[in-house]
Design a binder for this molecule. Structure first.
Ligand code: ACO
Length: 434
């Protein structure tokens, strides 16, 4: 971050006082106006619900240009990473800042692989949940409970403990996710296999049963890997900011990631691909796709086409381009190209891309539109979609958490407020209240 000496913002208040606020430039992206001392100097806060104009930290990890449809991790385009790397390569990049060489990659793969098992006693935890519990509820509980099992990696002041905790989280969250899924089905937990890649192992833990051999389809393993890569990090979104805020108090990493999972669970964040499938099911029931498009365009109808539009990307979501190609490959591999739901998805995509309403408002299919379609075709129930998102995003959360802990400017997060309640008033005893 560099201070742009020629650029000082001037703030004048109605009381006649004025203040000079330094402007900083990042490597790319908009400049930021520093307001750190505004309160102590001027006795004023800024007001920004939803933090739409507020930068909460410096970060070297991810850059998004929503207008141009660009997503970079450590400077590399997401399309290049998705085309050329496997998930653990991207995980290494996010955690360490550079792509690994061959030696570093195999050491990292080995490190993660040897941490995939969970403490055997953790399996007993699951028995305390109802079988029909939402898998995200189980994830919040069990991932948070890791701090009760791995005491030797909860001292956040020790860099070696932070590293072990980071590896444990990336390695164990898929195991816990698969256990949550198996528990909901009433099937036995499947132990991880060290001879498989990260994505192959995840499919194995999710879909195999002890009674028969499970053959991993390489097209599906590749698709799983791409889905994980495309969801690995996305700058300071709600769940990542939650992880940083929880961590700013010095909370242990397992508790912080559990907080991130809780935030991701919300339908405005991680639940959109599940909503896509529900919408496609509903359209299928009525059989009239044009009616739904009409409803989406009606300003008096709150209905929106799920999987279209994005808060940040006002051009094409670069992740959606990769997903679309993967969706085509998966549908072909599983022979579902002509199933009604997937034909409907293509029809909807075509109508929306050609419709003036969607074109003029720059509402393109987003990553969730295609990931919903792919995951459904791969045999994942829609209730587990957000869990897969949590598996992918864990490395992003962990990278951002580490960056925050190592930032010398880091302080406990403590936003302020515009108080709108009652001013001080006299207390009234209960017998005198009317
Ligand atoms: N269908 C129909 N109209 C839409 C849609 C949609 N999916 N999305 C936006 N619009 C319209 C709005 O009604 C609004 O119209 P107006 O200008 O006439 O008022 C205009 O497009 C702009 O929409 P905003 O709500 O201002 O856009 P915002 O950036 O706030 O919302 C959001 C983005 C929440 C993603 C929205 O597009 C949406 O609800 N999409 C459907 C849900 C979805 O797919 N979410 C996943 C996002 S991807 C992700 O989180 C990984």
């Amino acid at each position: 971050m560099s201070e742009n000496k020629n650029n000082i913002a001037k703030l004048s208040l109605p009381n006649g006082n004025s203040y000079e606020l330094p402007i900083h430039s990042g490597t790319i992206g908009p400049d930021v106006i520093e307001i750190k001392k505004l309160y102590s100097d001027s006795d004023h806060f800024t007001y920004d619900p939803g933090f739409t104009s507020t930068g909460s930290c410096k970060s070297d990890i991810t850059y998004i240009d929503g207008d141009k449809g660009v997503l970079l991790h450590r400077g590399y385009r997401i399309e290049d990473l998705a085309d050329n790397c496997d998930y653990l390569e991207v995980a290494y990049l996010l955690l360490n800042g550079e792509l690994p060489n061959k030696l570093q990659k195999s050491a990292f793969d080995n490190k993660i692989t040897t941490h995939t098992m969970v403490h055997e006693q953790l399996a007993l935890f699951f028995r305390g949940f109802r079988r029909d519990a939402h898998a995200m509820a189980v994830m919040c509980g069990v991932v948070g409970a890791l701090s009760a099992f791995y005491h030797d990696s909860t001292d956040i002041t020790d860099p070696s403990q932070r590293l072990v905790a980071s590896h444990r989280l990336v390695a164990k969250v898929p195991t816990i996710a698969a256990m949550a899924y198996k528990f909901s089905l009433g099937q036995p937990f499947i132990y991880p296999r060290n001879d498989l890649t990260y994505s192959e192992n995840f499919l194995h833990m999710m879909f195999s049963v002890p009674a028969e051999e499970y053959k991993i389809d390489p097209v599906l393993a590749k698709a799983m890997d791409k889905i994980l890569i495309l969801h690995a990090d996305h700058e300071q979104n709600a769940s990542t900011s939650t992880v940083r805020l929880a961590g700013s108090s010095g909370a242990n990493p397992f508790a912080c990631i559990s907080a991130g999972i809780a935030s991701l669970w919300g339908p405005s964040h991680g639940g959109a691909n599940e909503a896509v499938i529900h919408m496609l099911n509903n359209i299928q029931k009525t059989g009239n796709v044009h009616e739904y498009v009409k409803k989406a365009k009606d300003p008096n109808d709150p209905f929106r086409l799920m999987g279209f539009g994005h808060r940040v990307y006002k051009n094409y979501d670069p992740r959606a381009t990769v997903m679309k190609k993967t969706a085509d490959e998966v549908l072909k591999a599983v022979g579902k190209e002509n199933e009604p739901m997937f034909k409907l998805a293509r029809e909807l995509e075509k109508i929306a891309l050609e419709d003036e309403y969607f074109i003029s408002k720059k509402l393109y299919p987003n990553v969730d539109f295609y990931s919903g379609v792919i995951l459904q075709a791969m045999g994942f129930p829609s209730s587990i979609f957000t869990v897969l998102f949590a598996v992918a995003r864990t490395v992003g959360w962990v990278a951002q958490w580490n960056e925050m802990i190592e930032d010398p400017e880091q302080r406990i997060g403590r936003p302020r407020q515009l108080y709108t309640g009652s001013s001080e008033r006299d207390f009234i005893n209960i017998q005198n209240r009317i």
